[in-house]
Design a protein around this ligand. Structure first.
Ligand SMILES: *Cc1c(COP(=O)(O)O)cnc(C)c1O
Length: 372
C-alpha cells in the first residue's frame, strides 16, 4: 500500500460534476475577473468566518501584505510574528518596509508564545501577526489583551486554519483582520492561487478593495498606489463548490487525526510527541505534525515502504538566509530551534482511509524497530 502525502485527485473525483458545472457557468457568462462569483464567494466566506466583510485577493501572501498596508504599517514600524513556520508572514512584513520581530513559539501548539511577546514590544511596534500553524488556533484571548494594552493591530494568518475555532469563535474574525489562502493544498484549496481578507472593520475592507485594484473605485480614477491582486471568476466558482464541503472535510481531517493519535498511542515510544488540541479549541489539522528524535531514519524507512512524509519546517525563520538582515545578534528562540530538528508531518487529508492511517502507523513502528 502506498500513501502519498496529499492526493488532490482523490478529492476532485468526489466533486467532479459540481466543479464542471461551475466552470461551464463562468465560461458561458463571459465575465472572468471580479464578477458575481467573486462577490458571492466573498459573502459566503464572510458568513463562514463570522465576519462582516471579506475581500478576495490573488493569494494568501497578498492578503497578508495588503492587510499590513491597510493598517498603515510601513517603514520604521515593527511587527511581532512567530520565529517558526512558513515565511509568508515575515516576507509580507519586510515587503511593506517594516521590521519583523520574531517571538518564540509554544511547544504544545507550535503557535506564538504569548508570554514572550511583551518584552519585544517597543515604541515602534504597530501590530502582532499570529499564525494559526498546522490548523491549531493561537491563544487569542491573551494576544488580544496584550494588543489592547499597547494599542496594536492584530492580523491573523489563517492560511492553514480556515474553520478552526477557539472559545466558540472562528479564527480570522477574532483580531482586526484575518488572512486566508486558497493555495491548492490548503483545507479550502482552489485549482490555482487565491486568497481572502476577512474583517469586521468597514474601513479596512474598503482599503483592501482599493489596494487590490490599482487604488481605484471608479474607472481610471486612482486615489492611491495599489496593485493588481484580484481573484478570478473561475477560482471563485470552484471555491464556492468546495466551501459547501469544507465542514465535512475538516471533520474528516479531525477523524483521521484522532485515529492517528489512538494508533500511535498503542505503543509507548520514548521521545514521540503527538499533536495536541487544547481545551476550548477546534484544530482543523491542515497537517498532522509529530515530533521524534529519530526523524531522519524514520522518514527514510517510511519512504522505502511507500509512505510519503514532509518536514514542515526544517529550520526556524530566524535561520533563513533571506531574513538575516532582520535577525538580531545573540538572540535565541529555544523552542523553535529544538522543534525544527524533530518535526515530521504524516499524510492527512479527508480522503485518506482508515486502512492508510493504520498502515502509516504500522510502518512507523517497523521503522522504529529497525532504527533501534
Ligand atoms: C500557504 C501559507 C501562506 C501563503 O499563502 P499563499 O496563498 O501561498 O500565498 C501564508 N501563511 C501560511 C502559514 C501558509 O501556510
Amino acid at each position: 500500500m502506498s500513501v502519498p502525502f496529499i492526493d488532490l485527485k482523490a478529492q476532485y473525483k468526489t466533486i467532479k460534476r459540481e466543479v464542471s458545472e461551475a466552470i461551464q457557468r463562468v465560461l458561458d457568462s463571459g465575465q472572468f475577473i471580479l464578477g458575481p462569483e467573486v462577490e458571492s464567494l466573498e459573502q459566503e466566506i464572510a458568513g463562514y468566518c463570522q465576519t462582516k466583510f471579506a475581500v478576495a485577493v490573488a493569494s494568501g501572501t497578498d492578503a497578508l501584505e495588503l492587510s499590513l498596508r491597510s493598517c498603515g504599517v510601513g517603514p520604521g514600524d515593527e511587527v511581532i510574528t512567530p520565529a517558526y513556520g512558513f515565511i509568508a508572514a515575515a516576507e509580507a512584513i519586510v515587503t511593506v518596509g517594516a521590521v519583523p520581530v520574531f517571538v518564540d513559539i509554544e511547544s504544545a501548539t507550535y503557535t506564538l508564545d504569548v508570554s514572550a511577546i511583551e518584552s519585544k514590544i517597543s515604541t515602534r511596534t504597530k501590530a502582532i501577526l499570529p499564525v494559526h500553524l498546522y490548523g491549531h488556533p493561537c491563544a487569542m484571548d491573551p494576544i488580544l489583551a496584550v494588543a489592547q494594552r499597547h494599542s496594536l493591530r492584530i492580523i491573523e494568518d489563517c492560511a492553514q486554519a480556515i474553520g478552526a475555532m477557539t472559545g466558540g469563535r472562528k479564527v480570522g474574525g477574532i483580531g482586526h483582520i484575518g488572512c486566508l489562502s486558497f493555495y491548492p493544498t490548503k483545507n479550502l484549496g482552489g485549482y490555482g492561487d487565491g486568497g481572502m481578507v476577512v474583517t469586521n472593520d468597514a474601513d479596512i475592507a474598503d482599503q483592501i478593495r482599493l489596494l487590490r485594484g490599482h487604488g481605484s473605485r471608479e474607472r481610471y480614477q486612482h486615489r492611491m498606489i495599489g496593485r493588481n491582486s484580484r481573484l478570478d471568476e473561475l477560482q471563485a466558482a470552484i471555491l464556492r463548490v468546495k466551501l459547501r464541503h469544507l465542514d465535512s472535510w475538516n471533520e474528516a481531517r479531525r477523524n483521521r487525526a484522532l485515529r492517528y493519535t489512538q494508533q500511535f498511542s498503542k505503543r509507548p515510544i520514548p521521545g514521540l510527541i503527538l499533536p495536541q488540541e487544547l481545551s476550548g479549541c477546534r484544530h482543523v489539522y491542515h497537517l498532522y505534525t509529530l515530533r521524534t528524535p529519530q526523524r531522519e531514519a524514520i522518514q527514510q524507512r517510511l519512504a522505502g515502504l511507500g509512505v510519503e512524509t514532509q518536514v514542515a519546517y526544517p529550520q526556524p525563520l530566524t535561520a533563513q538566509p533571506a531574513l538575516s538582515p532582520w535577525i538580531p545578534k545573540n538572540c535565541h528562540w529555544p523552542s523553535s530551534e529544538a522543534i525544527c530538528r524533530e518535526v515530521l508531518s504524516v499524510p492527512i487529508y479527508p480522503e485518506l482511509t482508515a486502512e492508510q492511517v493504520d498502515w502509516v502507523v504500522e510502518t512507523f513502528f517497523q521503522a522504529l524497530d529497525k532504527a533501534g
